[in-house]
Design a protein around this ligand. Structure first.
Ligand code: G1P
Length: 296
């Protein structure tokens, strides 16, 4: 059994789709209800058993690192005022979990950001969680189950796992889209039927990054959760810029597929795009309503 304990969360994006909100505040720290969006993503990783999280950022993102650090002065002040419960609630990160930050240097794309974590990840296999995507934490267990399922599949099969979910025709151009294997009965252009209660994992033939609708090989979109064999780093080293002039993670996955096993895992539950203004606002309303209802 190959147990994965490391995860990479790329946080170096400028968040141009979230301006002006993201001008002075990293988009990952914008609230969803009463927590910053990245809080749920880190919680999700920890719930699935991750112990070391590497944030890949840049100079303007140090507030994210501070959010996960202990603020000793604030802690002292709260306790001095008898607000121990509030102080305790800020120290929620388990003691056996480490969060490190490394800088990307140049913003050359998602693939380049993941590669920037190599000095800390070393020889470990690892997960990648994109912080723009927040899985719904209010559905029992689903918050941790998708990633836990992918980690277990990787442990059993040694195949890297890419989480996918069915999207509408109007959405395919925003995502990496899976090309299912020849002969797979589910290999239809409309994609598989969405399973609502169980994850499923099966072989994938490749991915197309942000295709137009006519070029989309299915409707199964990469959600932003990956479990990788360490070998992905070697492929990332050799990946050159493509779609959008960026070094795409999707291209390195395609290269990995030609030599090693890569499966897609279908997602259970639903996800929110916190990196796009319209869906962020919808997500905020949903999270706030759920939390207000829980407080009543
Ligand atoms: C990235 C990936 C894409 C994936 C998406 C999920 O794109 O490149 O394959 O589907 O995240 O959110 P981005 O949204 O960073 O442009």
């Amino acid at each position: 059994m190959k147990k994965i304990t490391h995860a990479v969360i790329p946080v170096a994006g400028f968040g141009t789709r979230m301006l002006p909100l993201s001008k002075a505040v990293p988009k990952e720290l914008l609230p969803l209800g009463n927590r910053p969006a990245i809080h749920y993503v880190v919680e999700e990783a920890i719930a699935a058993g991750i112990k070391h999280i590497v944030l890949v950022g840049h100079a303007q993102k140090s507030a994210i690192e501070n959010y996960f650090d202990i603020n000793a002065e604030l802690d002292n002040q709260l306790r001095h005022k008898g607000k121990d419960e509030l102080a305790d609630s800020l120290n929620w990160l388990p003691e056996d979990v480490t969060i490190s930050m490394i800088r990307q240097g140049k913003a050359l794309g998602l693939g380049h950001a993941v590669l920037a974590a190599r000095p800390i990840i070393g020889d470990h296999d690892f997960a990648v969680l994109l912080p723009d995507v927040v899985l719904n934490p209010f559905i029992t267990d689903m918050h941790k189950d998708n990633l836990a399922f992918m980690l277990a599949e990787f442990a059993n099969s040694d195949h890297s796992q890419i989480l996918v979910d069915k999207v509408a025709d109007s959405e395919v151009h925003k995502y990496g889209i899976a090309k299912l294997s020849e002969g797979d009965s589910s290999n239809s252009v409309s994609g598989i039927n969405k399973q609502t209660d169980t994850n499923a994992s099966f072989k994938v033939a490749g991915f197309v990054e942000k295709p137009s609708l006519v070029d989309a090989p299915s409707r199964l979109a990469v959600v932003g959760r990956y479990v990788f064999s360490n070998k992905i780093f070697d492929y990332l080293e050799n990946t050159t810029a493509s779609v959008g002039g960026e070094i795409q993670l999707t291209d390195a996955i395609d290269a990995l597929i030609s030599q090693h096993g890569v499966d897609v895992t279908t997602m259970v539950g639903d996800s929110y795009d916190a990196g796009d203004m319209r869906s962020y606002m919808q997500a905020f309303i949903y999270f706030a309503e759920r939390q207000l209802a829980a407080d009543e």
